[in-house]
Design a protein around this ligand. Structure first.
Ligand code: SF4
Length: 218
C-alpha cells in the first residue's frame, strides 16, 4: 500500500507529510509535488528542508509547462470562476502518476478543520480515490500547521510574509487585496499579468483590471 501526500510546498501539506510519515513510515510514502513554475523561489529551500526532516525525496511530476506558458497556450487567463490552471498543472499530472501505480494507494490532503466542506467536495468529485485528511482528523487549523512546523525547527516559506498561502505568484484565485499585495511586493509579476489582461482583453478580477487597481492604490 502506497501513501501519497499531495505536497504543495504549503505549510498544511508539509505538516500533513510529517504526520503521515510518523503514522505510516517512510518506506511507502510518496510526497507528490506538481510544480506550477510560478512559485516563490524560497519554496525550493522549504521543499529541501521538509524532505530532509521526513527523510523522503519529493517526487516532482510536471505537465511540462509553467503557469505563464499555460496562459499563452490557452490564450486565456484563468480566474476564480475558471481556474483551469489547477486542473492542468496539478490535478491531471497527479492523475497520470496514479495510473502508473500497480498497487493500492491512499491519497492524503492538507485540508484543515476549517475546510471540511472543501474536503467533502473533494471526496464527491473523486469517488475512485481513497482519501484521508490528517489535519482534519487532528482538528488542526492552518495556523496550527505553521506553528507545528516552526516547533520542528522548519523555517516557513517566505511567501507567508506577504500572503496567506504559498501559491503561485500571482495566484489567479486571489481577490483585490491579494493583488494589491502582489503589486507591492512582486511588481514584475503583477505587471506581467496586467499586460496579459490587455492582450487577451479580459481580467483576472471580476470587475476591475489590474491596471485600474494599480491606479486605485497609487
Ligand atoms: S495556485 Fe492559483 S494560479 Fe497557481 S495553479 Fe493554483 S489556482 Fe492556479
Amino acid at each position: 500500500m502506497k501513501h501519497i501526500v499531495l505536497y504543495s510546498n504549503g505549510a498544511q501539506s508539509a505538516y500533513t507529510s510529517y504526520l503521515v510519515a510518523k503514522k505510516c513510515g517512510r518506506k511507502n510514502l510518496v510526497l507528490l509535488h506538481n510544480p506550477t513554475g510560478a512559485e516563490h523561489p524560497d519554496s525550493e529551500r522549504f521543499a529541501d528542508d521538509i524532505s530532509e526532516l521526513i527523510g523522503v525525496q519529493i517526487t516532482e511530476i510536471s505537465c511540462g509547462i509553467n503557469l505563464w506558458e499555460l496562459i499563452e497556450k490557452e490564450n486565456f487567463i484563468p480566474n476564480p470562476r475558471a481556474a483551469f490552471c489547477t486542473r492542468m498543472l496539478k490535478v491531471e499530472p497527479a492523475r497520470k502518476y496514479f495510473k502508473t501505480l500497480n498497487e493500492p494507494f491512499t491519497v492524503y490532503l492538507g485540508y484543515t478543520k476549517d475546510e471540511k466542506c472543501r474536503a467533502e467536495r473533494f471526496i464527491k468529485a473523486n469517488p475512485d480515490l481513497n482519501v484521508m485528511f490528517p489535519l482534519i482528523e487532528k482538528d488542526l487549523s492552518a495556523e496550527d500547521a505553521k506553528k507545528k512546523l516552526l516547533k520542528l525547527g522548519i523555517k516557513l516559506p517566505e511567501s507567508y510574509l506577504y500572503f496567506q498561502h504559498n501559491n503561485c505568484i500571482p495566484c489567479v484565485k486571489g481577490g483585490k487585496s491579494y493583488f494589491k499585495q502582489v503589486l507591492k511586493y512582486f511588481p514584475d509579476e503583477f505587471w506581467k499579468m496586467a499586460e496579459l489582461e490587455k492582450r487577451f482583453n479580459h481580467t483576472v478580477l471580476k470587475d476591475i483590471s489590474l491596471e485600474k487597481l494599480a491606479k486605485e492604490v497609487a
